[in-house]
Design a protein around this ligand. Structure first.
Ligand code: DGL
Length: 258
């Protein structure tokens, strides 16, 4: 991921597969990815996957919707390990929406890709989608504004128009956003369902490991959480969601491919 966002996926991976070791990379030096050009997003993805390859991983999970939307298809088959992209959350949102009006909160780049819209079109001919870029969220979250005035104001700006349109289920289409789920709930109340695709993504990762006969049977795994900058702040934010002991924090540099 671009920063601490993908830790919301790490949390689910550890819940569903506590026996596995995890190597995480958050590219905090270059976040946010959601406002970068598509060639930049693709290059950053390859640098991260090269880092993973050098470290000998057996599978790589894209804990980032932006890289999933723009890079995943280009990376499949290019690395000696299977890849799992972020689930789009559309199927779950549809099942939780009685109005059949689905909101999507995501980065500019993810919304521009149209991937959530395409996923909905495949599943339903009458549901409506309200894709909304939320470029203010990631820098606020990375700076620790999670449930204060600033965070609430940024949430209001994008969430209230969705509510007025009758949306009753919202996909958190960026792995950073579960950090502010409490603030979104406070603004919208509990009649709007928030869908975090991390659980479905971790389930798919487990399925792929089983399919390749690579799932570890027992033991307690450790997590190595690596960041390219702002280690102290990343560690502080990580501890809000990952409260387990076998976790180590590190600052690393990504390999340049040129
Ligand atoms: N957390 C990422 C995502 O899911 C990227 C956010 C960003 O850096 O803009 O899209």
């Amino acid at each position: 991921d671009s920063g601490v966002g993908g830790l919301t996926v790490v949390k689910e991976l550890r819940r569903q597969m506590p026996q596995e070791d995890i190597l995480y990379l958050g590219d905090t030096a270059r976040m946010p990815y959601g406002c970068k050009t598509i060639p930049e997003i693709i290059e950053f993805m390859h640098e991260i996957l090269t880092f993973m390859q050098q470290r000998g991983v057996k599978i790589a999970v894209f804990a980032c919707n932006t890289m999933t939307a723009h890079g995943y298809r280009l990376a499949v088959g290019k690395y000696p390990f299977p890849l799992v992209g972020m689930d789009k959350g559309i199927a779950e949102a549809l099942s939780r929406s009685s109005a059949k009006k689905i909101g999507v909160m995501a980065t500019r780049a993810t919304i521009a890709s149209g991937s959530h819209k395409d996923a909905l079109t495949e599943l339903s001919s009458d549901a409506q989608i309200y894709p909304t870029p939320c470029p203010r969220f990631v820098p606020l979250i990375e700076a620790g504004h999670i449930d204060d005035e600033l965070a609430e104001e940024a949430v209001r700006e994008v969430a209230l128009p969705m509510q007025e349109a009758g949306v009753d289920a919202i996909v958190l289409g960026c792995t950073h956003y579960p950090y502010i789920a409490g603030t979104i709930h406070r603004v919208l109340g509990d009649k709007v369902a928030l869908v975090d695709p991390a659980e479905a993504t971790a389930r798919e990762a487990k399925r792929v490991l089983e399919q390749h006969d690579m799932l570890k049977e027992d033991g307690i795994g450790k997590a190595e959480l690596c960041f390219t900058a702002n280690l102290a702040k990343s560690e502080e934010l990580a501890k809000l969601i990952i409260d387990d002991e076998n976790v180590e924090f590190k600052e690393v540099q990504l390999p340049s491919r040129f």
